[in-house]
Structure formats: structure tokens, C-alpha cells
Design a protein around this ligand. Sequence first.
Ligand code: PMV
Length: 314
Amino acid sequence: MKATAVAPANIAFIKYWGKKDASRQIPRNSSISMNLSACTTTTTVEFSKDFSTDTISEGFDAQRIIKHIDRLRSLVGINERVCVATSNNFPASSGIASSASGFAALTIAATAALHLNLSEKELSALARLGSGSACRSIPDGFVKWDGEFAHSLYPADYWDLCDIVAIVEKAKKKVSSSKGHEAVETSPFFKQRLDAIPKRIHKIELAFQKKNFQSLGEIIEEDCLDMHHVMQTQTPPLMYWNDATKRIMEAVRDWRKNGLSVYFTIDAGPNVHLICEGKDEARVIESLKNISGVEEIILNKPSKGAQIVSTHLF
Ligand code: PMV
């Protein structure tokens, strides 16, 4: 009863912000994301009658992990204790949300260790209960999450896009996304956001169909700014950007004026994700190196979803 899985983090092009049903982690709106090749979590899970307690790798949120394991234990009707070892291949505290890759890897490894034979849909729905955005790290490539589960829109090799992450702060974020989701209704602009999303989803799906990068990029930036507008007008307001974040946002606009086709998006933290096509990745990385406050750069390509692997962590 032991298995290991690797799962990618993902970056949302249309963001998930706000829950329709908090206990079941049902989102207020659909979201669209890309799985990230260079930001993955590996997790080994073993259940055994020989273990007297649950053991979780140090440095991770043990309570939240056990809660997810309990869901799976009750699904099968067992009470064997568990040992969970987890490691991220992206630098610890790089400010990249690891809950998506973490709960996707945990779900895939634990269900395999329990010999549960589940469909991708069922696995995505289970991962969602651990962390909403984790459901998008189960299917391959470019992914859409509607309601209960996520599915793949296109495989990873459909479009040679890059997500170049500019790390400007390594500290853990001050307000978790879980807390942020709870207060979303206090923003006077949230309803406007929800009304605008179906059209944005339609436009981004067309941009994917036609591989129209300019249109894709414009929608990505629009949705990022819209989500942060809502965040900043919630009570209490959530200001995730720092000076380096804003410098990069300004620079991206200047680079575009000079013919470099690149767009930004930002999650619940100050680090900036720069989205461009593969042909422009070297120029974007070089340009980024000139901006003060950039501590580290991570180059991601689109990646497949969570997978079982044969090498265990213990
Ligand atoms: O899955 P959560 O609860 O950590 O929420 C993720 C929220 C954002 O990263 C800000 C947006 C998204 O869709 O990933």
C-alpha cells in the first residue's frame, strides 16, 4: 500500500477567486490554466498496519494533509496509519503556491496506494477538496475547471508557450488564498467580475483555437488585473504587489511597445508570471535580468498533469 506521484503547479490564465460552496470548494466562476513543467511536487504515500501514528514530512501543513487523507480513508473504510513524504523541485519558499501541485500529488499517490481505480474526473474532484486549484493539476496541459472537476482543453505540446516566473519575494504570503476567497463578496466589484467572465472564457477559448497569442495575452492580463482589483477592494483589502512587482508590470508594457510579445499575470502574492511564446523566451529572460528586485527566474513550459512514478521518496 505504497505509491508515489509527481504533479505540476499550474498558472491560471482566467483566475479562480471566490467560492460558491466553501465546504465543497465549488468555485464561483470557471477558470483556465496551464500546468508548469519546472514547478512540481513529488509525494510518496504509504498506509500500513505497522505504523502507530500518521507521519507527515516536516515543513508541510500536516493538519490539512491528514484531513485529506481522512477523506480517502473513509472512502475505502480503512483506518491504517499513513506515512507521507513530500518534496518540491522548485526552491522552498519561492513564493509559488505549492498547494495545487501538493494536493494533486497527494491525491494521486494516496488513491493509488489504496488501490482505488478512479477516473481522471474523480481524481480531479477529489484533489479539489484538498485545495481548489489542485483539481487543475490532474489533467494534461491546458486545463479548464468548471464546477466539480477540471478537464484538459489541449495537451501540453499543443502550443509552445512559456511561463517565466520572476521571484521578487521568497517569504510566505501574508494572507492565504483561503482567507481571501472568504471575503470576496465584500468587494463592490465582484459582481462585475463574475458578469465579465463568461465572455472572457469564450474569447480565450477562441484565442487557443486560433493560437492567437496577442489575444490570449490581452485576456490573461485583463483577468489578472480584474482579480487584483477585486482583491484590493475587499474588506480587509488584499495588496499582494510590492515595488518590484509594479516595476515588472511597467516594464512588460514597455517591452511590448518595443516589439517583444509578453504579458504578465500574478496570483495571490507579489511574484510575476511572464507569459510568452517559446521563440521569445531568451529575450524575456535577458530583459528581466535588468530589473532590480528580481531574485530568481524559473522557466516553465506546458506540462502533462499528475502522474504515478516508480521511484519512492522513502
Ligand atoms: O486553490 P486556492 O484556494 O489556493 O486558490 C487559488 C487562487 C489563485 O491562485 C489566486 C487563482 C487561481 O485560479 O489559481
